[in-house]
Ligand binder design. Structure first.
Ligand code: CA
Length: 234
């Protein structure tokens, strides 16, 4: 079995450290977020196998976060295990009603959490998202962070990769330069809109030898759109 990627959303550093240290490394790969906005940034380029979600977070409650990700196609099937404090008994029921798959009460042992994760993953109801995203012969593998066309690997920079990943997950929808900046660099980045144009241009150049550059279209006074179908093919 491949390593499971876990996204841990927890504002208490001690718990994040404890998990990173104690969960078996040959079984789980951890990505951390100390709040939900950081988690959303991560989800824009990486889909984990499972989310460990703390109930009380500084910027948004666990419930609101679940609502938010269950609304989006690409994130709606990610299994979630909630972490709740003992005093928050009602939250467990609420969380399960809202679509969490299980919960663990703090304080908990890493062994207990690992067992819960295995159970949730075994349940089989859970569709573990495939790591390949395919659009015709364009294949992006989010496990290996690789992109290939007709089995030829493309050499992309990390930013070009994130940009293409975002486009492939969100086809046929116009995104403004500002939205793209938020998704690729994060909400707090000070990136000039011109930078997006430069990155898109470079990405197009790398796709061009394989005939995929026309999928990224510039929409005047709006932004960019990545089309799933090759309308321009003649
Ligand atoms: Ca907390």
């Amino acid at each position: 079995m491949k390593n499971l990627t876990l996204l841990v959303i927890e504002d208490e550093e001690a718990i994040r450290d404890m998990l990173r240290f104690s969960l078996p490394h040959n079984e789980f790969k951890l990505i951390d977020a100390e709040n939900t906005s950081k988690a959303m940034d991560i989800l824009s380029y990486k889909i984990p196998d499972l989310i460990i979600l703390d109930w009380m977070l500084p910027d948004k409650s666990g419930i609101d976060f679940i609502k938010q990700i269950r609304k989006q196609d690409i994130t709606k099937d990610i299994p979630i295990i909630m972490l709740t404090a003992k005093a928050e008994e009602d939250n467990k029921i609420m969380g399960l009603m809202m679509g969490a798959d299980d919960y663990v009460t703090k304080p908990f042992s890493p062994n207990e959490l690992a067992a819960r994760i295995r159970t949730v993953m075994r349940r089989g109801l859970i569709k573990s998202p495939s790591s390949d995203i395919k659009i015709d012969d364009l294949i992006l593998n989010s496990e290996k962070c690789s992109v290939s066309i007709h089995s030829i690997l493309l050499k992309l920079t990390p930013i070009e990769y994130k940009l293409l990943y975002f486009f492939m997950l969100h086809t046929d929808k116009i995104y403004t330069r500002d939205q793209l900046i938020n998704h690729i660099w994060g909400r707090n980045a000070y990136i000039n809109e011109r930078t997006i144009d430069v990155q898109v241009k470079r990405l197009r150049q790398k796709l061009k030898p394989h005939g995929y550059h026309n999928r990224i279209k510039t929409i005047r006074n709006a932004g960019y759109i990545f089309s799933r179908n090759d309308h321009d093919k003649t």
